[in-house]
Design a protein around this ligand. Structure first.
Ligand code: NAP
Ligand code: FE
Length: 366
């Protein structure tokens, strides 16, 4: 048994203002890392600036984080804020700014090191500056995970950096979700569903990680209902955000599995949003797992068979079109991805990988 989540998490409305004193513990100079627009529209950036003003903390804002941030963007952000010499980093937004804030915090703690440090855990280096995370989507759970997933243009894919950087503090305010479009809510909630499924059907699953998955998957019916609503209540947004954080707690212990590994090429090559790309493979991952896990997961999610889940995912996400050539290369690459294959608790060979692709929501275009 193993439990390790060193993040202090609060989830409530007015969360940032309520916990300004907690923010003050991390120093006198903050670097805020956020996306281009959404944090200005949903007041999360204003709330943070007001809290920092109240506690007398100076700040600098880097607001150019794009979806699926690349190594190059991290280095650009670091070069813009380095001279300010921040004591800590605050990520505000979806998974992209939160993940970026972790990599930026690592690079800021290591002046003089180049981008190779992001993927180097063997040399001597300083621990990342403390990170505070303010999530404004309901899927990645990045506020409570140690992962920072970056786009690698040289490899034409995405990958988690090998450093474990847990935020020290997560301030989750459900009201920030109110500005999110139906698609953002759908895609990010399906990402959280993927975290539950891939953490449960995982060779690293433990009694603790499964505890989060069991609770989270039993919430899926409620989450699905919330996604279908045209008007949502405050409690609905809170439910979405709590489910997302539970899913982050689960993958913090296990990591993800094949659907996430398979999603990265769809995002890189076709620009498919992360949650939609993950959801493309979830039902077929369950269908090709062992009978015990398949039955347990479907029962927790409230389905009698995998077709019910696939039908719901197709209604929520639609399908993804891929060329025959790209499709074949994806199957081939994943069949050789030893790390992701090892995360499956069932025998995952190239036939299994091919079956997961074949039964996914991908349509091959000729
Ligand atoms: P995202 O890429 O952070 O943001 C997607 C879009 O949503 C952006 O256009 C953003 O706008 C907008 N947005 C964010 N919050 C909003 C709000 N409250 N209202 C309106 N628009 C809003 O999306 P994400 O799905 O949350 O994050 C995906 C990234 O997280 C991927 O890179 C994925 O690999 C990573 N991820 C990380 C973990 C982990 O454990 N660390 C787990 C799963 C996935 P702005 O750009 O203007 O902000
Ligand atoms: Fe994810």
């Amino acid at each position: 048994m193993f439990y390790n989540i060193p993040t202090k998490l609060f989830c409530e409305s007015s969360c940032i203002a309520n916990h300004a004193a907690d923010i003050a513990c991390y120093g006198k100079k903050a670097c805020i890392v956020t996306g281009k627009n959404s944090s200005k529209q949903n007041n999360s950036l204003d709330d943070m600036v007001n809290a920092l003003t109240v506690i007398g903390t100076e700040y600098i804002i880097y607001d150019q984080i794009e979806e699926n941030p690349s190594v190059e963007l991290i280095m650009e952000a670091v070069s813009c804020v380095r001279e300010f010499e921040p004591d800590f980093v605050i990520g505000i937004g979806g998974g992209s700014p939160l993940d970026a804030s972790k990599s930026i915090a690592l690079m800021l703690a290591n002046p003089g090191r180049d981008k190779t440090l992001l993927f180097d855990i063997m040399s001597d280096y300083n621990a990342a500056l403390p990170v505070i995370a303010v999530p404004t989507t309901c899927g990645t759970g990045s506020e409570i995970t140690p992962y920072s997933i970056l786009t690698l243009h040289d490899k034409k894919t995405k990958s988690s950096i090998p450093h474990n950087i847990f935020p020290v503090l997560a301030l989750a305010d459900p009201t920030y979700l109110m500005s999110a479009s139906d698609n953002i809510l759908k895609y990010t909630a399906v990402d959280a569903l993927g975290h539950f499924i891939e953490s449960y059907i995982n060779s690293r699953a433990t009694v603790i990680s499964r505890m989060f998955c069991e609770k989270g998957m039993s919430m899926w019916k409620q989450v699905k209902n919330i996604l279908q609503k045209t008007e949502r209540t405050d409690e609905d947004y809170e439910t979405l955000l709590i489910a997302s954080s539970f899913a982050g707690m689960a993958i913090s212990h296990t990591g993800t599995s094949l659907p996430h590994g398979m999603s990265y090429s769809l995002t890189y090559d076709c620009g498919i949003p992360h949650g939609k790309a993950v959801g493309t493979f979830l039902a077929s991952y369950i269908a090709n797992s062992d009978a015990v896990n398949r039955h347990a997961v479907l029962t927790l999610l409230g389905y009698s068979d995998v077709f019910g889940l696939q039908k719901d995912l197709k209604a929520l996400l639609g399908t993804v079109e891929v060329s025959r050539q790209a499709y074949d290369s994806y199957v081939n690459e994943m069949s050789q991805n030893k790390r992701k294959l090892a995360s499956c608790p069932f025998a995952a060979d190239s036939d299994k990988v091919a079956a997961i692709y074949r039964e996914s929501l991908i349509e091959i275009k000729n």
